[in-house]
Design a protein around this ligand. Structure first.
Ligand code: FES
Length: 113
């Protein structure tokens, strides 16, 4: 589920709410023309570009194991915390990651970009 009513607040854009996530879940959002995948790992939300740097695979349809997200097309592996590609899948290159802020009262999640 993507949020279309993004709210801008000091360069942070509201993209989702914590209640939309369970541990290990993935969600794609569109912010300022960018496709971004959000993931919950150990209760924290992380965000990175959702378009694989190899041939554009949709990372939100990939699999998440720990902090590693695996592309569904040719299985490049990225660290959801920083967008870095694994040393074992060097056919892809690093992707951009984004800072996530959480409103502790409402559970709203904001991305900086
Ligand atoms: S498109 Fe992701 S590994 Fe090829």
């Amino acid at each position: 589920m993507a949020y279309s009513n993004n709210i801008e607040k000091n360069n942070f854009t509201k993209v989702a709410n914590l209640k939309d996530f369970q541990e290990g879940s993935l969600m794609k959002v569109q912010v300022k023309g960018k496709s971004i995948v959000l993931a919950m790992v150990n209760g924290q939300i992380h965000a990175m570009n959702s378009v694989c740097s190899h041939q554009g695979g949709p990372l939100e349809e990939g699999t998440l194991e720990g902090y590693d997200i695996t592309c569904p097309l040719h299985y490049a592996v990225f660290d959801i915390r920083n967008g870095k590609v694994s040393d074992s899948t060097v056919w892809a290159t690093d992707l951009e990651s984004y800072e996530v802020k959480q409103d502790n009262k409402t559970g709203d999640l904001f991305l900086k970009l």
